[in-house]
Design a protein around this ligand. Structure first.
Ligand code: UGA
Length: 449
């Protein structure tokens, strides 16, 4: 089977690259012809660990090609993965216009039967609407297009690892043959029989991925339900952190002990600035909207969203309390992306805080290992430094936004000697309060004394 991928964003590029590395022939297309030109010139437009190497070797081996002509990609593929964006509308509802546009293109360009796989995150019901659209736009028969939902569970910064070694692969289908085709496509990954570029060719030992066949509606719901539940866990931990501060307890002691109960689990209970990125904020909104549209009030998700939005104010309150007057103060911002190991600044807490501090007259110097080029265009008032110690020179306060290794392992003794005032406000609970205070730093974090 020849595979085509429509949309060369984070999901599309990782999917195309990894399926090519697993032995398939893949054609990728994108509406952004400049992006395709860059890919054809060997330039990967996003930062994602290992992606560059995998795309380079797949191209050399002739496993992957790029075209700006969507028709060409559609005609080439037996199976077409739709990986286009579904950004939120003002109402929170997912904007499905890109999916609709692609459906029309597929219907017009297909010359032989296709399996159309929706990988974009969409509200339940979209796959069935897609199927109706394909039939309507092609004027064709019901059997010409089969539709499946195959949600991704990739974390930015870990996407390649997650693709090659997933916990589960979910396929929502209408008929057995679509499930069989998708099982065949994922066979190298399910059987761990591919040259794993992350671990010297060999997949690390571990449990095998579950291959789950569901209805299309269930598969779509699984994605939204999973992301929303993880977001809910984070907001829960953040409220516990606020409580710990008021009562005088340590949030890490509390969440660690909670998490050891396997029914709860230790992950996604890290308190701090809350969740950002392009996944959780939009998916929580879209899920609330979807539930509302069928008369279900998803109150706990509304609270999840509310708690998360408040994290910025909670953090700014800490900054104001420590600095008193913001105007004229120099702050060092450590981390701009929404988390470590990515250059993605969409819904990044750092950007929101920086904007507010600039409005209040702060002088901002910032450092981030990956996200400076993307942020520069948005916030030209900030002075950027590749070296975090340069950003800290003369600062009245250091604000920590991501858990990048470069910040985690920062030499705070040296940093303090460079700063005007040894004040650190840590949005990710990266450091030990005791050790920071032993170094003579004034240190604030979330839910810890
Ligand atoms: C998330 C999911 O983890 C993926 O499974 C999913 O495929 C993806 O969204 C998506 O649908 O787009 P991602 O947004 O890349 O992945 O990042 P995460 O590592 O999940 O972190 C999300 C946000 O939550 C970050 O801002 C992170 O700093 C924050 N977070 C995470 C916390 O505040 N506390 C935690 O304990 C964990």
């Amino acid at each position: 089977m020849h595979l085509s991928v429509i949309g060369c964003g984070y999901v599309g590029l990782v999917t195309g690259a990894c399926l090519a590395a697993a032995g398939h022939e893949v054609t990728c297309t994108d509406i952004d012809s400049e992006r395709i030109a860059r890919l054809n010139a060997g330039v990967v437009p996003i930062f994602e660990p290992y992606l560059d190497e995998i795309l380079t070797s797949a191209r050399k081996a002739g496993q992957i090609s790029y075209t700006a002509d969507a028709g060409e990609a559609i005609r080439a593929g037996d199976v077409i993965f739709i990986c286009v964006g579904t950004p939120p509308k003002v109402s929170g509802e997912a904007d499905l216009s890109a999916i609709e546009h692609v459906a029309r293109q597929i219907a017009e360009e297909a010359r032989f039967p296709k399996l159309v796989v929706e990988k974009s995150t969409v509200p339940a019901g979209t796959g069935l609407a897609l199927q109706r659209a394909l039939i309507a736009y092609s004027g064709g028969s019901k059997n010409f297009f089969r539709v499946a939902s195959n949600p991704e569970f990739l974390r930015e910064g870990n996407a390649v690892e997650d693709f090659f070694h997933p916990d589960r692969i979910v396929v929502g289908v209408e008929d057995e043959s679509a499930a069989a085709d998708l099982r065949e496509i994922y066979r190298p990954i399910l059987e761990r029989r591919f040259h794993c570029p992350l671990h010297d060719g060999m997949c690390p030992p571990g449990h095998n991925a579950a291959f789950l066949v569901t209805t299309i509606n269930s598969a779509e719901l699984i994605k939204h339900a999973s992301n929303s539940f993880l977001a809910l866990k984070i907001s829960y931990a953040n409220v516990i952190a606020d409580l710990c501060e008021k009562i005088g307890a340590n949030v890490e002691e509390v969440t660690h002990a909670m998490g050891l109960d396997p029914r709860i689990g230790t992950q996604f209970l890290r308190a701090g600035l809350g969740f950002g990125g392009f996944g959780f904020p939009k998916d929580v909104q879209a899920f609330i909207h979807l539930a509302g549209s069928v008369g279900v009030d998803f109150d706990i998700l509304k609270a999840t969203e509310r708690v998360n939005k408040q994290r910025i104010d909670v953090f700014l309150e800490k900054v104001r309390k420590a600095l008193w007057v913001i105007k004229g103060k120099q702050v060092a911002v450590l981390g701009l992306a929404f988390k470590a190991k990515t250059d993605d600044i969409r819904s990044a807490p750092a950007l929101e805080v920086v904007k507010r501090l600039l409005e209040e007259g702060a002088i901002v110097h910032a450092s981030d290992p990956e996200a400076i080029p993307r942020t520069k265009a948005l916030l030209p008032e900030v002075t950027y430094h590749d070296d975090p110690y340069e950003a800290l020179k003369g600062a009245d306060a250091a604000l920590v936004f991501t858990e990048s290794d470069i910040f985690r392992t920062l030499n705070w003794e040296r940093a303090k000697s460079l700063m005007a005032r040894g004040l650190v406000i840590d949005g990710r609970n990266l450091y030990s309060p005791q050790k920071m205070r032993e170094l003579g730093l004034e240190y604030y974090s979330f839910g810890r004394e």
